[in-house]
Design a protein around this ligand. Sequence first.
Ligand SMILES: [Zn+2]
Length: 102
Amino acid sequence: MSTIVDITKLPMAYRCIGCDAEGVKLWRSYNLLLDDQTLKCRACSEVEQRVVRPYVGGDSIGWRIPAIPEDSGDFWLHKSAPDGAIAWWRALPEVDARKESS
Ligand SMILES: [Zn+2]
């Protein structure tokens, strides 16, 4: 089983629509189709979902769930992603290194 996730097949950039963060963990809406999907980083997801730290909700943030790409160019359904893909997502940082100084 491949543990490499290909983000280039997605119809959108793997980037936060709120703050343009890249190379970080992103969350997607639980209940939206791919065409309407938006990706947000933890900080932007928490603002949108009004979730305050300490955060104890597992990998989900309110109605947002981990955005884990699958090879077809869509995202894995909630909790159905293979271990390798989940590990890929969990290994991503939460803050874009380019923005950490701000
Ligand atoms: Zn963001």
